[in-house]
Design a protein around this ligand. Structure first.
Ligand code: FNR
Length: 190
């Protein structure tokens, strides 16, 4: 069997009991063997400033290296005030500098937004997509993933509570495997 694609997973919530992280764990569990998903942590990244480009904090270097090594990135995020939580935007910005092309360049991506409410984080989802356009990342278009009512998605043991939800997550990660295989970048960004 071929080596599975290395999928860097970003979680746009730092909350201990994050629903977004639960969705990510469910997706990783349903992923086909062609994907190896692992969370790249973003909570320790100092806020980006160009002043530190010449002496980057160790956490920035660790993060950029992990993104450079990835074959694809899955971004899952809650919505804060109809937009992207600051921790996730900071991670996107840290990965985008100082090199050009950046660590993100050409990396296949999918965006999943998560909310306890009905709109499923649509605003956050599309604000993330806006950044990925500039970063030259091929983003999976379908299926779109605006996961609403997430509080009902898991039982007390964090198992997916309905066959419909499970089927959707399975279709989502299966489509992403196809997308990442089709659009993976030719080689790691140097
Ligand atoms: C929220 N929440 C929220 N939800 C939403 O659907 N749209 C929104 O614009 C906002 N705005 C918002 C701002 C801030 C500062 C907070 C803390 C929360 C609610 C949010 O969806 C909820 O707290 C989720 O549970 C957060 O995701 P995690 O941490 O469970 O992954």
């Amino acid at each position: 069997m071929e080596t599975p694609l290395n999928v860097a997973v970003l979680v746009g919530s730092l909350r201990r009991a994050s629903y977004t992280r639960k969705v990510v764990m469910a997706l990783a569990g349903l992923a086909p063997p062609t994907l190896a998903c692992h969370i790249v942590e973003i909570g320790d990244l100092p806020l980006y400033t160009e002043d530190l480009d010449s002496t980057p904090p160790a956490a920035w270097t660790r993060f950029r290296d992990e993104i450079r090594r990835a074959d694809a990135v899955l971004i899952a995020t809650p919505e804060y005030n109809r937009s992207v939580p600051g921790c996730l935007k900071n991670a996107i910005d840290v990965g985008s500098r100082p090199d050009y092309p950046s660590a993100w360049d050409g990396l296949p991506a999918a965006v999943v937004s998560v909310s306890p409410y009905k709109l499923g984080g649509f605003g956050a989802n599309h604000h993330v997509r806006q950044s990925l356009v500039f970063l030259n990342m091929p983003v999976m278009q379908q299926p779109e993933a605006y996961i609403g009512d997430v509080a009902t998605m898991f039982d007390a043991h964090d198992r997916i509570s309905s066959p419909e939800s499970r089927a959707f997550l399975e279709r989502l990660i299966g489509s992403f495997a196809d997308w990442a295989t089709l659009t993976r970048r030719a080689s790691a960004v140097p």
